[in-house]
Design a protein around this ligand. Structure first.
Ligand code: GSH
Length: 242
């Protein structure tokens, strides 16, 4: 029986990518919650694994050569798990290139842009009540997210999954479509994307990964009152810590 992988995690879209992949691949893991609203991403122990003070991260006690390996950045983790399990990340060069195109499109585009959309639509107005500043950001990132949804919809008109076969690229993108309403997106505008979103969302492993640690959400930005205010102070306005 394989030794469980430590999963450093909080239930957000970036965390769900990895919980979904672990469930899909049937890899045993142990949940290590990192309460990002309470600042647990800044502990020296966590920074030794993830120097960017972001989750998700993993430690595989049985890494290459049988020695432990830690990995941070969700895209790198998905590639590592795909290679380790031999699933959802094809070996064949052309198929692999397509998976990587759409994986990198997600980690470099959809994720950061939708993340900024959440920030400017949902959180910035309570931090900077002056609507002149928050409106520009909200409009810019909502438009860019809308554009990216269009790119994805077009891609999915001719195939069921982003890279043809279901892959780690779909696992990366699906969690970022979950909060589409917060992004100001109406999925009815993107029928192929909506069909894909439903198709992926029906998978039992996706449902299990998405549910992992759901109860923890009440302790972060989704909390009410003072707890949410403290989480905002921890998460927003970070500068280099030297
Ligand atoms: N590029 C990173 C982004 C990860 C990320 O932004 N994680 C957020 C939660 S969704 C986080 O840990 N935030 C903690 C912080 O901002 O201090 C990845 O794909 O893994």
């Amino acid at each position: 029986m394989a030794a469980p992988i430590d999963l450093y995690y909080w239930p957000t879209p970036n965390g769900w990518k990895v919980s979904i992949a672990l469930m899909e691949m049937g890899l045993p893991f142990e949940l290590k919650p990192v309460n990002i609203g309470a600042g647990e991403q800044f502990t020296p122990e966590f920074l030794a694994i993830s120097p960017n003070n972001r989750m998700p991260a993993i430690v595989d006690p049985e890494g290459p050569g049988g020695e432990p390996l830690s990995v941070f950045e969700s895209g790198a983790i998905l590639q590592y798990l795909g290679r380790k399990s031999g699933q959802f990340y094809p070996d064949e060069a052309r198929a692999r290139a397509q998976v990587e195109e759409w994986l990198y499109w997600q980690v470099g585009g959809l994720g950061p842009m939708a993340g900024q959309t959440h920030h400017f639509r949902q959180y910035a107005p309570s931090m900077i009540p002056d609507s002149r500043y928050t409106a520009y950001g909200a409009i810019r990132y909502t438009n860019e997210t809308h554009r990216l949804y269009g790119v994805m919809d077009k891609r999915l008109r001719e195939r069921d999954y982003l890279a043809g076969e279901y892959s780690i690229a779909d696992m990366a993108a699906w969690p970022w479509i979950v909060p589409h309403r917060m992004q100001g997106i109406d999925l009815a505008e993107f029928p192929a994307l909506k069909a894909w979103f439903d198709r992926v969302g029906e998978r039992p492993a996706v449902q299990a990964g998405f549910k992992l640690g759901a109860e923890l959400r009440a302790q972060g930005l989704q909390a009410s009152g003072k707890q949410a205010e403290d989480a905002r102070k921890t998460l927003f306005g970070q500068r280099a810590r030297t």
